[in-house]
Design a protein around this ligand. Sequence first.
Ligand code: TYM
Length: 344
Amino acid sequence: MSKPVILTGLRANGELHLGNYLGAILPMIELQKKYAGKYQLNMFVPDLHSFTTPIEHDKLYLQIVQNLKKYVAGGLDLDNEDTYIYRQSYVAAHSELTIILNNFVYYGELQRMTQFKEKSDGAKDTSISAGLYDYPVLMAADILLYGAEWVPVGEDQRQHIELTRDVALRINNKFGEELLTVPAEWKKQVEFAGRGDGVRIRSLRNPEKKMSKSIDDPAGTILLSDTPEAAAKKIMSATTDSQGEIHFDLKAQPGVSNLLQILALLIGEPVDEVTKKWEGKTNYGDLKTAVASEVKVFLTAFQKKLDAIDEAELMRKLESSEFLMRDVALQRLYRIQQAVGLRP
Ligand code: TYM
């Protein structure tokens, strides 16, 4: 296990959506193809992160397995021997490292996390869980346990990656530079994943906001389980603006820019190139039709692949990966426990 590590995870509460696919699954698949044989790829389900926002506990297990299937339907090649899939809760070292890291992260740092502020905004103190507050520390443990330098995520996770770097640097300063691999800084992360400034797909209804799993925005969110026709309809009724000309301008024209961004990622071209083709055109309907058509093509192929997945094979890969990752994670946990004085 000496290859550099690329790692990402997608929570299992609620259904995955197009933002998840374009922000995290697709870059992972592209990196797997690009770096076959040179990098280790860890694509896991952070199932312990599921409790930080409301979930239906009786559906969780099914959703965990569904997530894994969606990685495969998105193109993850399970035959690649440097690729590992696992459930966070099946590798106990994640939780153990979190408890240690908690003591090297400051209260103020966690309070500043935008996601914490957004999710706890307006909620009563009695309904904000310690789990929600501590969530970025568990995420740091997920990354640091495997020495991952590269973590392809959407732009909404940027602050968490930066916090992980800060914690790793702080710990290394105290216990030695070699102890933890510090993940690359954000600018390098997005360059590595070939993603400009990072991906933030917006709600089709309210493009000021990101596309999210929240159930109060069904028309703004394309679920990976939506029928291709329903998804196309959502694109056709996406909120745009009254400027009457197509430009890529996230501030003045977030809706139109979002459509250009979705189109570019789906057809695998840089957004600048795609923008050039549409720049100055006045018919928003044509742009919507082009995006709707690509979304349909993508969802049709994705869902076909999803239906054909051999679950037994997936479970075999999952269990063998978990077996190996438990060992890898424990080795690093022991080194950290030694450094902090818990072991001789
Ligand atoms: P989560 O589960 O909220 O989202 C999973 C991935 O999807 C990306 N994403 C988006 N990208 C672009 N546009 C959007 N609208 C959009 N919405 C979501 C997220 O950025 C993410 O990459 N904390 C993480 C899960 C996690 C993790 C980790 C990730 C836990 N441990 C370790 C990487 C490494 C989260 O809640 O993502």
